[in-house]
Design a binder for this molecule. Structure first.
Ligand code: SF4
Ligand code: SF4
Length: 386
């Protein structure tokens, strides 16, 4: 029997502190997860602010520290931040495109105590890698992989999958093996931020996905002893809402470059929610007491069909940003769910992907860059005003 939806539970501590050190980035990925209006967010926390955030997060109980961006290597205080994170007892993980990761910088980061590096590739071919990020980085990334290995770091290779690269999955995994990756994360695109702008072009077909998963499984058997492969299934196609960020305000605490604290790195897009800033509030107050972190905790906020659904404790209603982007209601069931009244919109997007390439010609890809960011922000503001 279903129990009634409940009020927000008092959470445990955040396990992950994700420090988005900057939105600056030399790449222009068409699926970038940074906010659409990143170009208007130019303020960055000072070194002292970040060190205080690290201390407060650790006091609260966080044990993993992700350092991401944008490109975190563009911060010249990265080594100072890593050293403090290490001193405090975090396990530190750098998420990088590789740009700026020179042998000298690697040595300095090693000396500072960096534990782990996640290197992103856009594809296994130079042409597609460089096209998708609108930057010539393929050879650089290969060199960076060698530097990572030479310093003895475990290496995660991360590749975001979509229509343009998913058929190269065999070569992508072979490349990871050649470069000595211990892990490869094959993450099907999540359609928010820039990926939502480019959704029509990026959504793969079912056949592409099935083949990619089959190829990954073959490699998994072959590489069992030397590499772990994670294939992150796409929710649009399998109709299973994901427990977003492992549950709103349950595990992850993201701090954006300007100090805004978020339960998920894209949550700032949600209307009607005020997220606190670490310049004005302690991390403890933000985590336990802020409206932004409490709004979608647990199940008490749910409306139908989630409120009486027997899956609600498992998926917590799915992704709030996806609900907002597709259903225009952040408290709706995630529209990837077949029980959502807005599910037909997801089905239509998938059907369009099945029908093929016309959309690509009608709507050219939008690359993440400051000019596009300002244009899209202006259009969004005009939509809201109108
Ligand atoms: S997804 Fe691409 S453009 Fe966005 S921050 Fe990462 S490397 Fe930069
Ligand atoms: S209705 Fe769908 S999204 Fe909501 S709890 Fe049930 S399965 Fe999850």
């Amino acid at each position: 029997m279903n129990t009634p939806a409940s009020a927000p539970p008092r959470p445990g501590p955040p396990l992950w502190l994700l420090a988005e050190l900057t939105y600056r980035c030399p790449l222009h990925c068409v699926f970038c997860y940074n906010p659409i209006d990143f170009a208007e967010q130019t303020q960055e926390l000072s070194t002292e602010d970040w060190l205080r955030v690290l201390r407060e997060g650790r006091e609260l109980g966080a044990v993993q520290c992700g350092l991401s961006g944008g490109e975190p290597l563009l911060r010249d205080d990265l080594e100072v931040i890593v050293a403090e994170a290490r001193r405090l007892g975090y396990y530190t993980n750098l998420l990088t495109s590789g740009v700026g990761f020179t042998a000298e910088r690697a040595q300095a980061l090693k000396a500072a105590g960096l534990d782990h590096v996640q290197l992103s590739f856009q594809d296994s071919t130079r042409e597609m890698n460089d096209f998708l990020s609108h930057a010539k980085t393929f050879e650089l990334k290969r060199r960076v992989a060698q530097i990572i290995k030479s310093q003895g770091w475990p290496m995660v290779m991360n590749v975001v999958l979509h229509r343009y690269n998913i058929d190269h999955i065999d070569r992508i995994i072979a490349l990871a093996d050649e470069l000595g990756a211990e892990y490869i994360e094959l993450a099907n695109t999540q359609y928010y931020s820039w990926a939502f702008v480019n959704r029509q072009q990026l959504l793969p077909t079912r056949q592409q996905l099935q083949r990619a998963e089959a190829v990954t499984n073959e490699w998994r058997e072959k590489l069992a002893s030397r590499m772990r492969l994670f294939f992150v299934a796409p929710d649009y196609h399998d109709g299973k809402p994901k427990k977003c960020v492992n549950g709103w305000g349950s595990t992850f605490l993201t701090v954006t470059p300007d100090g805004t604290a978020l339960p998920c790195h894209t949550a700032k897009m949600l209307p009607g929610l005020a997220f606190p800033n670490v310049r004005e509030h302690s991390v403890r107050d933000i985590w336990f007491d802020s409206e932004g972190f409490n709004r979608y905790r647990g199940t008490g906020w749910m409306k139908q069909p989630c409120a009486s659904c027997d899956q609600r404790e498992q998926d917590l209603g799915g992704c709030r940003c996806q609900a907002y982007l597709i259903a225009n209601d952040p408290a709706a069931a995630d529209p990837v769910c077949p029980k959502s009244p807005h599910h037909a919109l997801v089905q239509e997007a998938v059907a369009q992907a099945e029908r093929g390439g016309d959309a690509v010609i009608e709507h050219p890809l939008v690359f993440r860059d400051p000019a596009q960011s300002r244009r899209l922000a202006r259009e969004a503001a005009a939509d809201t005003a109108g």
